[in-house]
Design a binder for this molecule. Structure first.
Ligand SMILES: Cc1ncc(COP(=O)(O)O)c(C=O)c1O
Length: 379
C-alpha cells in the first residue's frame, strides 16, 4: 500500500530535495561546500527575517532547545516556562536539567497563554530572567501569541524570550528582528520539508549579552564558536553535509515561493481542513488560536481517536498523529507542514469521511470533502 505521511514531523520530503541528497557525498572542507553553506546561511536569514546568524545544529529540535538554554542562562537563574502541552513541559525539563529554576505558567490544553499572565508573573518576580514558550504547541495544535509576549520581554533588558518555533518557523510569521524575539528555534523535519536531523537557532543582541554572563556548560553546541566559523562559511565540527545540501534545495524552493506565500499556503490548508471537519461535526480541539502547522480535532467520542487513526493507517496507508497524555484517545492531529498540497488535503479529508462512515459515525457523508474543495479552490 502507498504510504502517506500527515504527521507534524517527520513530513513528506519533496522529490527534488531527495534527489539532491542522493548525490555522492562531498567533503565539508571544500570550496564547493562553503558555497552551499553561504547560500544556506542567507536562505535561513530570509526565513527567520533576521540579520543575525541562524545556527545549524546536527540535532533534532530538542538539541536546539537545549542549546538555547545552555547558551543564554546560568545555574540558579529563574525561568518562566509556558506549559500548555508536551513541548512546554519539555522546556521545564531542559531548564531543570541545567540547574535553572523553573516557574511554570500552566495553560489549559487547547488554549493560548494570556500575555497578561506573563506580565503579571514578571512583575511579581523580578528574579525571572527568561520566558520560554512554544510559538506553536504541536501536542495540542495551539498557536501562542509570540508577538505580544515579545512586546512584554522587549521592554526589559534583564529578561530574554526563548521561543520554540519548531512548528512555527516557515509556517506563519515570526519575524525575528522586528518582533524582538531573543532566541528562535526551528527544526528540519517540519516546515523545512527535510528528514529529521537538523535544528536551527538564532540569537538577538540581547541574547548575546546573556551568553557573555552564562555559566552553563557548553561545548558541541557553543554558539560563539559556531558564529566564528559560520562567518567563514564553515562549521566547527563535521556538519550533516547531506541534510545541508537538502536544505539548500528547500531554501531555493522557499525563495521561489516567497515567505508570505509560504505562510498563506499553510493557512489555507489549515482553514480547509478545519472547516471540512466542522462541516461534519468533528470539532477542532483548538477553537480560538489554532496553529496553521496542523489541525487537531476531537474524534467523535463514541468512536474514539484510536479507531480512526488505525483505520486511516490500515485502510488508506495514512499516518496521522494521535494525542498524548490527557488527550490520548481523544484527538488526532493532521499536519499541513512539509510537502503537503491541496490535493493531499482533499485526499485525507475524503479518507477521514470514509473511515468515519465505516466506523458507524452518523453524518452527511461528502460534506467535508465538498467544504475543503470549495475553500481550496478559492484564490
Ligand atoms: C513544538 C515542538 N517542540 C519540540 C519538538 C521536539 O523536536 P524533536 O523531536 O525534533 O527533538 C517538536 C517535535 O515534534 C515540536 O513540535
Amino acid at each position: 500500500m502507498k504510504k502517506y505521511l500527515f504527521t507534524p514531523g517527520p513530513v513528506p520530503v519533496p522529490s527534488e530535495v531527495l534527489i539532491e541528497m542522493a548525490k555522492p557525498i562531498i567533503h565539508h572542507r571544500t570550496a564547493e561546500f562553503e558555497s552551499i553553506f553561504a547560500e544556506v546561511r542567507e536562505g535561513l536569514k530570509y526565513v527567520y527575517e533576521t540579520e543575525q546568524e541562524v545556527f545549524i545544529l546536527a540535532a533534532s529540535g530538542t538539541g536546539a532547545m537545549e542549546a538555547s538554554v545552555a547558551n543564554t542562562l546560568s545555574r540558579g537563574d529563574k525561568a518562566l516556562v509556558v506549559n500548555g502541552g508536551k513541548f512546554g513541559e519539555r522546556w521545564g525539563k531542559i531548564c531543570r536539567a541545567y540547574g535553572v529554576e523553573v516557574e511554570e505558567l500552566m495553560v489549559e490544553w487547547g488554549k493560548e497563554v494570556d500575555p497578561a499572565d506573563i506580565e503579571k508573573a514578571l512583575q511579581a518576580d523580578p528574579l525571572i530572567s527568561a520566558v520560554l514558550v512554544q510559538a506553536s504547541e504541536t501536542s495540542t495544535g495551539v498557536k501562542h501569541p509570540t508577538k505580544e509576549i515579545a512586546e512584554i520581554t522587549g521592554k526589559r533588558d534583564d529578561v530574554i524570550l526563548i521561543v520554540d518555533g519548531i512548528t512555527g518557523v516557515g509556517v506563519f510569521p515570526l519575524p525575528f528582528d522586528k518582533w524582538g524575539i531573543d532566541v528562535l528555534v526551528g527544526g528540519s523535519q517540519k516546515a523545512f520539508m527535510l528528514p529529521p536531523g537538523l535544528s536551527f537557532a538564532a540569537m538577538s543582541d540581547k541574547a548575546w549579552k546573556f551568553y557573555e554572563k552564562s555559566n552553563l556548560p557548553k561545548f558541541y553546541f557553543d554558539f560563539k564558536t559556531a558564529l566564528k566559523n559560520a562567518e567563514k562559511n564553515t562549521t566547527t565540527f563535521t556538519p550533516a553535509v547531506t541534510l545541508i545540501i537538502g536544505l539548500a534545495a528547500v531554501l531555493r524552493r522557499f525563495m521561489a515561493e516567497g515567505r508570505e506565500n509560504m505562510h498563506a499556503r499553510h493557512a489555507k490548508l489549515a482553514l480547509a481542513t478545519r472547516e471540512a471537519m466542522r462541516a461534519i461535526g468533528v470539532e477542532p480541539f483548538v477553537q480560538d488560536t489554532p496553529s496553521t502547522a496542523l489541525t487537531t480535532v476531537i474524534a467523535p467520542p463514541e468512536i474514539g481517536a484510536g479507531k480512526v487513526i488505525a483505520s486511516l493507517r490500515d485502510d488508506y496507508g495514512i499516518t496521522v498523529a494521535g494525542g498524548q497524555d490527557q488527550a490520548k484517545g481523544k484527538i488526532f492531529r493532521i499536519s499541513h507542514i512539509g510537502d503537503i498540497d491541496k490535493t493531499d488535503i482533499l485526499s485525507i479529508v475524503a479518507a477521514i469521511e470514509s473511515v468515519l462512515d465505516g466506523l458507524g459515525y452518523d453524518f452527511n457523508f461528502g460534506a467535508a470533502t465538498k467544504k475543503a474543495a470549495k475553500i481550496l479552490s478559492e484564490d
